[in-house]
Design a protein around this ligand. Structure first.
Ligand SMILES: NC(=O)c1ccc[n+]([C@@H]2O[C@H](COP(=O)([O-])OP(=O)(O)OC[C@H]3O[C@@H](n4cnc5c(N)ncnc54)[C@H](OP(=O)(O)O)[C@@H]3O)[C@@H](O)[C@H]2O)c1
Length: 263
């Protein structure tokens, strides 16, 4: 019988799917959450919209009843929007924060009481380099991931005495359906002299030639073998170098360079 139970949100495709597959190989019993079930037969699928608090509560209650304990929660479900901040509808930016931030928070807070009582457990948030390199015309996406990073750190401090650890996995470009599913607002591109379209196009090109989700899952599994989780882990050598630059460069210089590339 498997001893370790993991929950992966957004497990039906992309990075979540690869994570679920890799965790099964590592011997976890995997509960997969998404609005549509995925195709992996060994995963215990729970249809759930992470923005629906009641839905999340019921699904976690079912998992706890079935599994008895939660060793790992991966908050991965996420969406992306793009466009100039001033031309993004309130509905779109609220949804961005609801899925990526509030959705992850809602799931994490369902797992916390049990992990605290168990005096063990790990919560891994799937974040982005955009959390530390805020991208123009993806301001709300960047903000949603920066919020996750801060939340993960603060939550980790609260839970440390109970043996519960939190961590973020910060990704750069990964080749998934995320790119095609991005909700793009081109409104105002004339006002911004074509910068919105050019910036998003550039970033999408990088995503389409990005790393595979299996590579992300491999790094996550290596991380989970560590005795303690780092507060943040950047995936990929070149991306780790970018993270290093972010730490040493003065913020204004970093923003100037970002503006040159994506502005
Ligand atoms: N791809 C990249 O380049 C990249 C880079 C940095 C960070 N990330 C982050 O990685 C995570 C996964 O992205 P991905 O590239 O794997 O995207 P993806 O292929 O589009 O998969 C997104 C997953 O999230 C689920 N999801 C979306 N909204 C949901 C909701 N309201 N409730 C429950 N599940 C929901 C989707 O399932 P359903 O549609 O069935 O609900 C799907 O399983 C996201 O947090 C993203 O921000 C991605």
């Amino acid at each position: 019988m498997n001893e370790k139970n993991a929950i992966v949100t957004g497990a039906s495709k992309g990075i979540g799917f690869s994570l679920a597959k890799a965790l099964l190989t590592e011997g976890y019993t995997v509960y997969g959450l998404s609005r549509k079930p995925g195709s992996l037969e060994e995963v215990r699928w729970m249809t759930c919209d992470v923005t629906d608090k009641e839905d999340v509560k019921q699904v976690f209650a079912k998992i706890v009843k079935d599994a008895g304990r939660i060793d790992l929660l991966v908050c991965n479900a996420g969406i992306g929007i793009s466009g100039a901040a001033e031309f993004t509808s309130a509905e779109d930016y609220a949804r961005q924060m609801e899925v990526n931030f509030m959705g992850a928070v809602c799931c994490a807070l369902q797992a916390v009481p049990l992990m605290r009582e168990q005096r063990s457990g790990r919560i891994l948030f799937i974040s982005s380099l955009a959390a530390i390199f805020p991208l123009p015309f993806q301001s709300f996406y960047s903000a949603s991931k920066a919020a996750i990073n801060a939340f993960s750190d603060a939550l980790g401090l609260e839970l440390r005495p109970f043996g519960v650890e939190t961590s973020t996995l910060m990704l750069n470009d990964v080749k998934t359906e995320f790119t095609d599913n991005r909700r793009k607002t081109a409104t105002g591109d004339d006002v911004y002299e074509g910068r919105i379209g050019a910036s998003v196009e550039k970033m999408e090109q990088s995503e389409r030639s990005g790393m595979s989700p299996d590579q992300v899952a491999e790094t996550a599994c290596k991380l989970l073998k560590r005795r303690h989780l780092p507060s943040h882990k950047i995936v990929g050598m070149s991306n780790e170098f970018l993270g290093f630059l972010c730490r040493i460069l003065p913020t204004n210089l970093m923003l100037y360079l970002l503006g040159k590339i994506y502005g």
